[in-house]
Design a protein around this ligand. Structure first.
Ligand SMILES: Nc1ncnc2c1ncn2[C@@H]1O[C@H](COP(=O)(O)OP(=O)(O)OP(=O)(O)O)[C@@H](O)[C@H]1O
Length: 515
Protein backbone atom coordinates (compact mmCIF):
# COMPACT_ATOMS: atom_id res chain seq x y z
CA UNK A 1 0.00 0.00 0.00
CA UNK A 2 1.26 3.45 -0.86
CA UNK A 3 2.31 5.41 2.19
CA UNK A 4 1.18 9.07 2.34
CA UNK A 5 4.10 11.26 3.24
CA UNK A 6 3.04 14.22 5.40
CA UNK A 7 3.66 17.53 3.59
CA UNK A 8 6.87 19.38 4.29
CA UNK A 9 6.50 22.35 6.60
CA UNK A 10 6.01 25.58 4.66
CA UNK A 11 8.66 27.09 6.93
CA UNK A 12 11.27 25.28 8.94
CA UNK A 13 13.93 27.13 10.90
CA UNK A 14 16.83 25.24 12.45
CA UNK A 15 19.18 26.74 14.99
CA UNK A 16 18.76 30.40 13.98
CA UNK A 17 20.96 32.75 16.03
CA UNK A 18 21.56 36.47 15.79
CA UNK A 19 23.43 38.89 18.04
CA UNK A 20 23.57 42.68 18.04
CA UNK A 21 26.76 43.48 19.93
CA UNK A 22 26.32 41.86 23.33
CA UNK A 23 22.54 41.40 22.87
CA UNK A 24 21.69 37.86 21.76
CA UNK A 25 18.39 38.61 19.99
CA UNK A 26 17.84 35.04 18.71
CA UNK A 27 19.39 31.94 20.26
CA UNK A 28 19.26 28.65 18.37
CA UNK A 29 15.65 29.04 17.23
CA UNK A 30 13.80 26.02 15.81
CA UNK A 31 10.36 26.48 14.28
CA UNK A 32 8.09 24.42 12.00
CA UNK A 33 4.99 25.90 10.40
CA UNK A 34 2.74 23.66 8.30
CA UNK A 35 1.27 24.92 5.01
CA UNK A 36 -2.24 26.35 5.07
CA UNK A 37 -2.06 27.34 8.73
CA UNK A 38 -1.94 30.55 10.70
CA UNK A 39 0.86 30.43 13.22
CA UNK A 40 1.04 33.06 15.97
CA UNK A 41 4.27 34.26 17.53
CA UNK A 42 4.05 35.92 20.90
CA UNK A 43 6.60 37.06 23.43
CA UNK A 44 7.66 39.88 25.69
CA UNK A 45 8.98 43.13 24.28
CA UNK A 46 12.49 42.54 23.03
CA UNK A 47 12.06 38.73 22.99
CA UNK A 48 13.37 38.68 19.42
CA UNK A 49 10.21 38.24 17.32
CA UNK A 50 10.84 41.04 14.81
CA UNK A 51 14.49 40.01 14.50
CA UNK A 52 13.48 36.46 13.59
CA UNK A 53 11.00 37.70 11.00
CA UNK A 54 13.60 40.08 9.57
CA UNK A 55 15.95 37.13 9.11
CA UNK A 56 13.24 35.19 7.32
CA UNK A 57 12.61 38.18 5.07
CA UNK A 58 16.31 38.75 4.32
CA UNK A 59 16.70 42.02 6.23
CA UNK A 60 19.17 40.58 8.68
CA UNK A 61 21.67 37.84 8.08
CA UNK A 62 21.60 35.16 10.76
CA UNK A 63 24.89 34.41 12.53
CA UNK A 64 24.01 30.71 12.40
CA UNK A 65 21.19 28.39 11.40
CA UNK A 66 19.27 27.20 8.35
CA UNK A 67 15.97 28.06 6.67
CA UNK A 68 13.90 25.48 4.74
CA UNK A 69 10.94 26.61 2.63
CA UNK A 70 8.63 23.75 1.62
CA UNK A 71 11.44 21.32 2.43
CA UNK A 72 14.08 23.12 0.36
CA UNK A 73 17.13 24.58 2.06
CA UNK A 74 16.85 28.26 1.12
CA UNK A 75 19.35 31.06 1.51
CA UNK A 76 17.73 34.47 2.02
CA UNK A 77 20.46 37.09 1.78
CA UNK A 78 18.04 39.91 0.85
CA UNK A 79 14.35 40.63 0.43
CA UNK A 80 14.50 39.85 -3.31
CA UNK A 81 15.49 36.31 -2.37
CA UNK A 82 12.64 36.17 0.15
CA UNK A 83 10.17 37.23 -2.54
CA UNK A 84 11.59 34.59 -4.92
CA UNK A 85 11.06 32.02 -2.17
CA UNK A 86 7.40 33.08 -1.96
CA UNK A 87 7.65 35.05 1.28
CA UNK A 88 5.82 38.36 1.66
CA UNK A 89 5.97 40.77 4.55
CA UNK A 90 3.38 43.30 5.70
CA UNK A 91 5.20 46.00 7.59
CA UNK A 92 4.06 47.90 10.67
CA UNK A 93 5.24 51.12 9.11
CA UNK A 94 4.07 50.82 5.55
CA UNK A 95 6.58 51.24 2.77
CA UNK A 96 4.22 52.58 0.09
CA UNK A 97 4.87 55.57 -2.18
CA UNK A 98 2.34 58.12 -0.98
CA UNK A 99 1.70 60.02 -4.21
CA UNK A 100 1.42 56.88 -6.37
CA UNK A 101 -1.82 55.05 -6.98
CA UNK A 102 -2.64 51.64 -5.53
CA UNK A 103 -1.97 50.00 -8.88
CA UNK A 104 1.39 51.73 -9.32
CA UNK A 105 2.44 50.70 -5.84
CA UNK A 106 1.44 47.11 -6.43
CA UNK A 107 3.62 46.77 -9.53
CA UNK A 108 6.50 48.85 -8.18
CA UNK A 109 9.57 46.62 -8.03
CA UNK A 110 7.70 43.73 -9.67
CA UNK A 111 7.95 45.06 -13.24
CA UNK A 112 10.96 42.88 -13.74
CA UNK A 113 12.06 44.58 -16.96
CA UNK A 114 8.62 44.09 -18.56
CA UNK A 115 6.93 47.02 -20.25
CA UNK A 116 4.91 49.22 -17.96
CA UNK A 117 1.65 49.46 -19.85
CA UNK A 118 1.01 45.71 -20.25
CA UNK A 119 2.13 45.26 -16.65
CA UNK A 120 -0.41 47.82 -15.42
CA UNK A 121 -3.09 46.07 -17.45
CA UNK A 122 -2.11 42.68 -16.06
CA UNK A 123 -2.03 44.08 -12.50
CA UNK A 124 -5.50 45.59 -12.84
CA UNK A 125 -6.89 42.16 -13.72
CA UNK A 126 -4.95 40.50 -10.91
CA UNK A 127 -6.21 43.03 -8.33
CA UNK A 128 -9.77 42.40 -9.45
CA UNK A 129 -9.33 38.64 -8.94
CA UNK A 130 -7.61 39.10 -5.57
CA UNK A 131 -10.42 41.41 -4.46
CA UNK A 132 -12.98 38.77 -5.40
CA UNK A 133 -11.11 35.82 -3.92
CA UNK A 134 -10.08 37.32 -0.60
CA UNK A 135 -12.32 40.37 0.08
CA UNK A 136 -9.21 42.47 -0.52
CA UNK A 137 -11.21 45.35 -1.91
CA UNK A 138 -9.32 48.56 -2.75
CA UNK A 139 -9.83 51.13 -5.50
CA UNK A 140 -6.84 50.50 -7.84
CA UNK A 141 -6.78 54.14 -8.95
CA UNK A 142 -6.86 55.74 -5.50
CA UNK A 143 -3.74 57.59 -4.36
CA UNK A 144 -2.14 56.06 -1.27
CA UNK A 145 -2.11 59.44 0.54
CA UNK A 146 -5.91 59.49 0.34
CA UNK A 147 -6.33 56.06 1.94
CA UNK A 148 -6.70 55.30 5.64
CA UNK A 149 -4.28 52.92 7.36
CA UNK A 150 -6.59 49.91 7.02
CA UNK A 151 -6.71 50.34 3.24
CA UNK A 152 -2.97 50.94 3.03
CA UNK A 153 -2.43 47.67 4.83
CA UNK A 154 -4.59 45.92 2.24
CA UNK A 155 -2.36 47.38 -0.46
CA UNK A 156 0.68 45.90 1.33
CA UNK A 157 -1.00 42.50 1.34
CA UNK A 158 -1.96 42.85 -2.33
CA UNK A 159 1.61 43.78 -3.16
CA UNK A 160 2.86 40.57 -1.57
CA UNK A 161 0.21 38.41 -3.23
CA UNK A 162 0.88 39.99 -6.62
CA UNK A 163 4.43 38.78 -6.21
CA UNK A 164 3.05 35.25 -5.75
CA UNK A 165 3.75 35.10 -2.02
CA UNK A 166 2.39 31.96 -0.41
CA UNK A 167 3.86 32.73 2.99
CA UNK A 168 2.83 36.02 4.58
CA UNK A 169 4.42 37.60 7.64
CA UNK A 170 2.38 40.18 9.54
CA UNK A 171 4.09 42.06 12.38
CA UNK A 172 1.52 43.59 14.77
CA UNK A 173 -0.96 44.21 11.97
CA UNK A 174 -3.88 45.41 14.11
CA UNK A 175 -2.03 48.01 16.20
CA UNK A 176 -3.20 50.81 13.92
CA UNK A 177 -6.59 49.41 12.90
CA UNK A 178 -10.08 50.17 14.13
CA UNK A 179 -11.96 47.12 15.50
CA UNK A 180 -14.01 46.85 12.28
CA UNK A 181 -10.85 47.01 10.15
CA UNK A 182 -9.23 44.37 12.32
CA UNK A 183 -12.26 42.08 11.86
CA UNK A 184 -12.02 42.56 8.11
CA UNK A 185 -8.30 41.79 8.16
CA UNK A 186 -9.02 38.54 9.97
CA UNK A 187 -11.60 37.58 7.35
CA UNK A 188 -8.94 38.19 4.70
CA UNK A 189 -6.44 36.04 6.59
CA UNK A 190 -9.05 33.33 6.97
CA UNK A 191 -9.67 33.39 3.20
CA UNK A 192 -5.94 33.23 2.50
CA UNK A 193 -5.59 30.22 4.79
CA UNK A 194 -8.50 28.50 3.04
CA UNK A 195 -6.54 28.87 -0.22
CA UNK A 196 -3.54 27.14 1.31
CA UNK A 197 -1.44 30.18 2.16
CA UNK A 198 0.68 30.09 5.30
CA UNK A 199 0.61 33.02 7.68
CA UNK A 200 2.94 34.06 10.46
CA UNK A 201 1.27 36.52 12.78
CA UNK A 202 3.11 38.49 15.46
CA UNK A 203 0.77 40.10 17.96
CA UNK A 204 0.55 41.04 21.61
CA UNK A 205 -3.20 40.60 21.60
CA UNK A 206 -4.02 37.19 23.00
CA UNK A 207 -7.62 37.66 21.92
CA UNK A 208 -6.42 37.68 18.31
CA UNK A 209 -4.20 34.66 18.85
CA UNK A 210 -7.14 32.72 20.29
CA UNK A 211 -9.50 33.85 17.51
CA UNK A 212 -7.50 33.14 14.40
CA UNK A 213 -4.38 31.01 14.85
CA UNK A 214 -4.02 27.22 14.57
CA UNK A 215 -0.76 27.04 16.47
CA UNK A 216 1.24 29.49 18.54
CA UNK A 217 4.89 29.76 19.55
CA UNK A 218 6.21 31.65 22.52
CA UNK A 219 9.54 33.46 22.54
CA UNK A 220 11.40 34.47 25.69
CA UNK A 221 14.67 36.34 25.81
CA UNK A 222 15.77 35.22 22.37
CA UNK A 223 14.64 31.60 22.67
CA UNK A 224 11.63 29.73 21.36
CA UNK A 225 10.31 28.28 24.59
CA UNK A 226 7.00 26.64 23.65
CA UNK A 227 4.76 25.77 20.72
CA UNK A 228 1.14 24.79 21.41
CA UNK A 229 -2.08 24.12 19.53
CA UNK A 230 -4.33 27.12 20.00
CA UNK A 231 -7.35 24.91 20.66
CA UNK A 232 -5.56 23.37 23.64
CA UNK A 233 -4.57 26.58 25.41
CA UNK A 234 -6.07 29.69 27.03
CA UNK A 235 -5.11 33.38 27.24
CA UNK A 236 -4.09 32.91 30.90
CA UNK A 237 -1.85 29.97 30.02
CA UNK A 238 -0.24 31.85 27.12
CA UNK A 239 0.34 34.89 29.33
CA UNK A 240 2.08 32.72 31.87
CA UNK A 241 4.21 30.99 29.21
CA UNK A 242 5.23 34.39 27.91
CA UNK A 243 6.09 36.16 31.12
CA UNK A 244 6.98 33.21 33.34
CA UNK A 245 4.45 34.15 36.04
CA UNK A 246 0.74 34.68 36.44
CA UNK A 247 -0.44 37.94 34.89
CA UNK A 248 -3.50 39.92 35.96
CA UNK A 249 -5.47 40.38 32.78
CA UNK A 250 -7.72 42.96 34.50
CA UNK A 251 -6.79 45.94 36.64
CA UNK A 252 -7.66 45.67 40.31
CA UNK A 253 -8.11 49.17 41.66
CA UNK A 254 -9.80 50.80 44.65
CA UNK A 255 -12.61 53.30 44.14
CA UNK A 256 -11.45 56.78 43.17
CA UNK A 257 -11.67 59.66 45.63
CA UNK A 258 -11.52 62.66 43.30
CA UNK A 259 -10.40 66.01 44.70
CA UNK A 260 -10.15 69.47 43.13
CA UNK A 261 -10.46 69.99 39.39
CA UNK A 262 -7.05 69.86 37.69
CA UNK A 263 -7.99 70.06 34.02
CA UNK A 264 -10.86 72.16 32.65
CA UNK A 265 -11.55 72.20 28.94
CA UNK A 266 -14.22 74.51 27.53
CA UNK A 267 -15.54 74.68 23.99
CA UNK A 268 -12.34 73.45 22.37
CA UNK A 269 -12.39 73.73 18.61
CA UNK A 270 -9.85 72.66 15.99
CA UNK A 271 -9.92 73.06 12.23
CA UNK A 272 -7.15 71.22 10.37
CA UNK A 273 -5.00 72.62 7.56
CA UNK A 274 -7.49 71.34 4.95
CA UNK A 275 -10.26 73.36 6.62
CA UNK A 276 -12.01 70.33 8.14
CA UNK A 277 -13.46 70.80 11.64
CA UNK A 278 -11.89 68.11 13.86
CA UNK A 279 -12.97 69.26 17.32
CA UNK A 280 -16.42 70.81 17.43
CA UNK A 281 -16.71 72.26 20.91
CA UNK A 282 -15.25 69.81 23.44
CA UNK A 283 -15.85 70.50 27.13
CA UNK A 284 -14.67 68.21 29.89
CA UNK A 285 -12.85 68.21 33.20
CA UNK A 286 -10.59 65.87 35.14
CA UNK A 287 -10.17 66.02 38.89
CA UNK A 288 -7.21 65.12 41.05
CA UNK A 289 -7.27 61.42 41.89
CA UNK A 290 -9.31 60.29 38.90
CA UNK A 291 -8.79 58.81 35.47
CA UNK A 292 -10.99 60.09 32.68
CA UNK A 293 -10.95 57.72 29.72
CA UNK A 294 -11.74 58.97 26.23
CA UNK A 295 -13.19 56.15 24.17
CA UNK A 296 -13.83 56.31 20.46
CA UNK A 297 -13.08 54.74 17.12
CA UNK A 298 -9.75 56.13 15.87
CA UNK A 299 -10.15 59.28 13.80
CA UNK A 300 -12.99 60.94 15.70
CA UNK A 301 -10.90 63.77 17.11
CA UNK A 302 -9.12 62.05 20.00
CA UNK A 303 -5.69 62.56 18.41
CA UNK A 304 -6.43 66.25 17.90
CA UNK A 305 -7.51 66.60 21.52
CA UNK A 306 -4.27 64.98 22.70
CA UNK A 307 -2.17 67.18 20.46
CA UNK A 308 -3.88 70.35 21.69
CA UNK A 309 -3.39 69.34 25.32
CA UNK A 310 0.22 68.41 24.54
CA UNK A 311 0.81 71.88 23.10
CA UNK A 312 1.59 70.84 19.54
CA UNK A 313 -1.64 71.84 17.76
CA UNK A 314 -3.43 75.20 17.85
CA UNK A 315 -7.04 75.43 18.96
CA UNK A 316 -9.65 77.92 20.13
CA UNK A 317 -11.50 77.67 23.42
CA UNK A 318 -10.15 77.51 26.94
CA UNK A 319 -7.95 74.99 28.72
CA UNK A 320 -7.10 75.55 32.38
CA UNK A 321 -4.67 73.50 34.43
CA UNK A 322 -4.92 74.01 38.20
CA UNK A 323 -7.08 77.06 37.54
CA UNK A 324 -4.70 78.91 35.21
CA UNK A 325 -5.30 79.08 31.43
CA UNK A 326 -2.69 77.54 29.12
CA UNK A 327 -1.62 78.85 25.75
CA UNK A 328 -3.41 77.23 22.80
CA UNK A 329 -1.23 78.66 20.04
CA UNK A 330 0.21 75.18 19.40
CA UNK A 331 3.82 76.30 19.21
CA UNK A 332 6.10 73.39 19.98
CA UNK A 333 8.12 75.33 22.53
CA UNK A 334 4.97 75.56 24.60
CA UNK A 335 5.43 71.87 25.49
CA UNK A 336 8.22 73.02 27.76
CA UNK A 337 6.09 75.49 29.69
CA UNK A 338 3.35 72.90 30.02
CA UNK A 339 5.80 70.52 31.62
CA UNK A 340 6.83 73.27 34.03
CA UNK A 341 3.13 73.55 34.88
CA UNK A 342 2.95 69.88 35.77
CA UNK A 343 1.49 68.49 32.55
CA UNK A 344 3.09 65.37 31.07
CA UNK A 345 2.16 64.14 27.62
CA UNK A 346 2.57 60.66 26.14
CA UNK A 347 1.78 61.06 22.44
CA UNK A 348 0.08 58.35 20.43
CA UNK A 349 2.89 57.99 17.91
CA UNK A 350 6.07 57.22 19.81
CA UNK A 351 8.28 57.34 16.72
CA UNK A 352 7.04 60.65 15.30
CA UNK A 353 6.23 62.63 18.42
CA UNK A 354 7.61 60.79 21.43
CA UNK A 355 11.22 60.08 20.58
CA UNK A 356 14.04 61.23 18.35
CA UNK A 357 14.96 57.86 16.92
CA UNK A 358 18.62 58.65 16.16
CA UNK A 359 19.25 59.97 19.67
CA UNK A 360 20.42 57.79 22.56
CA UNK A 361 17.98 56.72 25.25
CA UNK A 362 19.51 59.16 27.76
CA UNK A 363 19.13 62.08 25.36
CA UNK A 364 15.51 61.12 24.80
CA UNK A 365 15.01 60.95 28.57
CA UNK A 366 15.91 64.65 28.81
CA UNK A 367 13.65 65.54 25.88
CA UNK A 368 11.35 68.30 27.16
CA UNK A 369 12.83 68.14 30.66
CA UNK A 370 16.29 69.52 29.90
CA UNK A 371 15.63 72.53 32.15
CA UNK A 372 14.99 70.29 35.17
CA UNK A 373 17.37 71.35 37.98
CA UNK A 374 18.57 67.76 38.47
CA UNK A 375 19.79 67.75 34.86
CA UNK A 376 21.80 71.01 35.13
CA UNK A 377 25.51 71.11 35.88
CA UNK A 378 25.57 74.92 36.02
CA UNK A 379 23.82 77.81 34.33
CA UNK A 380 25.32 76.88 30.95
CA UNK A 381 25.83 73.15 30.84
CA UNK A 382 23.65 70.10 31.22
CA UNK A 383 24.86 67.33 33.50
CA UNK A 384 25.06 64.46 31.04
CA UNK A 385 26.33 62.00 33.62
CA UNK A 386 23.36 62.79 35.86
CA UNK A 387 20.92 62.30 32.97
CA UNK A 388 22.55 58.97 32.09
CA UNK A 389 22.36 57.79 35.71
CA UNK A 390 18.73 58.91 35.94
CA UNK A 391 17.95 57.08 32.68
CA UNK A 392 19.43 53.85 34.05
CA UNK A 393 17.25 54.19 37.18
CA UNK A 394 14.10 54.77 35.11
CA UNK A 395 15.00 51.91 32.77
CA UNK A 396 15.16 49.70 35.86
CA UNK A 397 11.76 50.89 37.10
CA UNK A 398 10.13 50.18 33.75
CA UNK A 399 12.15 47.04 32.98
CA UNK A 400 13.42 48.52 29.71
CA UNK A 401 15.65 46.08 27.91
CA UNK A 402 18.52 46.26 27.25
CA UNK A 403 19.14 48.72 30.13
CA UNK A 404 21.72 50.59 28.08
CA UNK A 405 21.27 54.40 28.17
CA UNK A 406 23.65 54.88 25.24
CA UNK A 407 21.67 52.79 22.73
CA UNK A 408 19.87 54.85 20.06
CA UNK A 409 16.08 54.81 20.42
CA UNK A 410 15.73 53.06 17.06
CA UNK A 411 17.67 50.05 18.30
CA UNK A 412 15.17 49.25 21.03
CA UNK A 413 12.28 46.94 20.21
CA UNK A 414 8.94 48.68 19.63
CA UNK A 415 7.54 47.90 23.07
CA UNK A 416 10.69 49.08 24.78
CA UNK A 417 10.54 52.35 22.82
CA UNK A 418 7.03 52.83 24.18
CA UNK A 419 8.28 52.17 27.72
CA UNK A 420 11.02 54.80 27.26
CA UNK A 421 8.39 57.48 26.59
CA UNK A 422 6.18 56.31 29.45
CA UNK A 423 9.09 56.19 31.89
CA UNK A 424 10.13 59.73 30.98
CA UNK A 425 6.64 61.16 31.45
CA UNK A 426 5.23 59.13 34.36
CA UNK A 427 8.37 59.37 36.48
CA UNK A 428 7.97 63.16 36.53
CA UNK A 429 4.96 62.60 38.83
CA UNK A 430 2.99 65.23 36.90
CA UNK A 431 -0.20 66.84 38.24
CA UNK A 432 -1.84 65.92 34.96
CA UNK A 433 -0.87 63.02 32.73
CA UNK A 434 -2.29 63.17 29.21
CA UNK A 435 -1.66 59.79 27.67
CA UNK A 436 -2.52 58.35 24.26
CA UNK A 437 -2.55 54.60 23.50
CA UNK A 438 -0.22 53.83 26.45
CA UNK A 439 0.10 50.13 25.75
CA UNK A 440 0.28 50.03 21.95
CA UNK A 441 2.81 47.35 20.98
CA UNK A 442 3.50 46.53 24.61
CA UNK A 443 3.57 42.98 25.95
CA UNK A 444 1.08 41.66 28.43
CA UNK A 445 3.37 41.76 31.47
CA UNK A 446 4.30 45.35 30.68
CA UNK A 447 0.62 46.27 30.18
CA UNK A 448 -0.10 45.07 33.70
CA UNK A 449 2.79 47.15 35.01
CA UNK A 450 1.90 50.30 33.05
CA UNK A 451 -1.71 50.06 34.20
CA UNK A 452 -0.54 49.75 37.80
CA UNK A 453 1.67 52.83 37.39
CA UNK A 454 -1.18 54.89 35.95
CA UNK A 455 -3.48 53.83 38.80
CA UNK A 456 -0.70 54.61 41.32
CA UNK A 457 -0.42 58.12 39.86
CA UNK A 458 -4.17 58.53 40.33
CA UNK A 459 -3.99 57.22 43.88
CA UNK A 460 -1.26 59.76 44.60
CA UNK A 461 -3.86 62.43 43.83
CA UNK A 462 -2.89 63.16 40.24
CA UNK A 463 -5.26 63.60 37.30
CA UNK A 464 -5.08 61.35 34.25
CA UNK A 465 -6.66 61.83 30.85
CA UNK A 466 -6.41 58.56 28.94
CA UNK A 467 -7.11 58.12 25.24
CA UNK A 468 -7.24 54.59 23.94
CA UNK A 469 -8.88 52.73 21.09
CA UNK A 470 -8.83 49.60 23.28
CA UNK A 471 -12.23 49.56 24.91
CA UNK A 472 -11.11 46.95 27.41
CA UNK A 473 -8.29 49.22 28.52
CA UNK A 474 -10.63 52.21 28.85
CA UNK A 475 -13.14 50.24 30.88
CA UNK A 476 -10.69 48.66 33.25
CA UNK A 477 -8.54 51.76 33.90
CA UNK A 478 -10.97 54.68 33.89
CA UNK A 479 -13.18 56.00 36.66
CA UNK A 480 -15.25 58.01 34.19
CA UNK A 481 -15.53 57.49 30.45
CA UNK A 482 -16.31 60.11 27.81
CA UNK A 483 -17.04 58.90 24.30
CA UNK A 484 -15.93 60.92 21.28
CA UNK A 485 -17.62 60.78 17.93
CA UNK A 486 -17.10 63.14 15.01
CA UNK A 487 -15.27 65.77 17.07
CA UNK A 488 -17.84 65.86 19.87
CA UNK A 489 -18.40 64.20 23.21
CA UNK A 490 -21.37 61.87 22.72
CA UNK A 491 -21.84 61.11 26.40
CA UNK A 492 -20.15 60.48 29.68
CA UNK A 493 -20.55 57.50 32.01
CA UNK A 494 -19.18 56.21 35.28
CA UNK A 495 -16.97 53.29 34.21
CA UNK A 496 -18.50 50.99 36.81
CA UNK A 497 -21.99 51.67 35.47
CA UNK A 498 -21.44 51.05 31.78
CA UNK A 499 -20.26 48.28 29.50
CA UNK A 500 -18.74 47.65 26.07
CA UNK A 501 -22.19 47.46 24.47
CA UNK A 502 -23.36 50.87 25.65
CA UNK A 503 -20.01 52.49 24.86
CA UNK A 504 -20.02 50.80 21.45
CA UNK A 505 -23.34 52.48 20.60
CA UNK A 506 -22.02 55.88 21.65
CA UNK A 507 -18.84 55.25 19.66
CA UNK A 508 -20.97 54.63 16.58
CA UNK A 509 -22.61 58.03 17.08
CA UNK A 510 -25.82 56.76 18.63
CA UNK A 511 -27.08 58.23 21.86
CA UNK A 512 -27.30 55.44 24.40
CA UNK A 513 -29.98 56.88 26.67
CA UNK A 514 -29.83 59.52 29.40
CA UNK A 515 -26.64 61.52 29.89
N1 LIG B 1 19.54 46.98 14.83
C1 LIG B 1 19.68 46.66 16.12
N2 LIG B 1 20.77 47.04 16.83
C2 LIG B 1 20.93 46.71 18.13
N3 LIG B 1 20.04 45.98 18.83
C3 LIG B 1 18.93 45.57 18.19
C4 LIG B 1 18.68 45.89 16.81
N4 LIG B 1 17.49 45.34 16.45
C5 LIG B 1 17.01 44.71 17.55
N5 LIG B 1 17.88 44.83 18.59
C6 LIG B 1 17.72 44.25 19.93
O1 LIG B 1 17.39 42.88 19.78
C7 LIG B 1 16.44 42.47 20.77
C8 LIG B 1 15.22 41.85 20.11
O2 LIG B 1 14.47 42.86 19.46
P1 LIG B 1 13.17 42.56 18.57
O3 LIG B 1 12.80 43.86 17.91
O4 LIG B 1 13.41 41.38 17.73
O5 LIG B 1 12.10 42.22 19.72
P2 LIG B 1 10.53 41.94 19.61
O6 LIG B 1 10.28 40.61 20.24
O7 LIG B 1 10.09 42.12 18.21
O8 LIG B 1 9.93 43.07 20.56
P3 LIG B 1 8.57 44.00 20.53
O9 LIG B 1 7.46 43.12 20.98
O10 LIG B 1 8.86 45.06 21.56
O11 LIG B 1 8.43 44.54 19.13
C9 LIG B 1 16.14 43.72 21.59
O12 LIG B 1 16.90 43.68 22.76
C10 LIG B 1 16.57 44.87 20.70
O13 LIG B 1 16.97 45.99 21.46
Amino acid sequence: MEQHRPPDPAIELKGISKAFGSVQANKGIDLRVMPGTIHGIIGENGAGKSTLMSILYGFYKADAGEVFIHGQRTRIPDSQAAIRAGIGMVFQHFKLVQNFTVLENVILGAEDGRRLRPELFRARGALKRLAEDYELIVDPDAKIEDLGVGMQQRVEILKALYRQADILILDEPTGVLTPAEADHLFRILDNLRAEGKTILLITHKLREIMAITDTVSVMRRGEMTATVNTAETSPEHLAELMVGRKVLLRVDKPLATPGKTVLEVEDLRVTDSAGVARLKGISLNVRAGEILGIAGVAGNGQSHLLEVLGGIRPATGTVRVNGAPIDLSGRCSDGQSRRARGVAHVPEDRQREGLIMEFAAWENMAFGYHHAPAYQKNALLMDNAAIRADTVTKMGHFDIRPPNPNLAARNFSGGNQQKLVLAREIEQHPDLLVVGQPTRGVDIGAIEFIHQRIVALRDAGKAVLLVSVELEEILSLSDRVAVMFDGRIMGERQAAQTDEKELGLLMAGMHGGAD
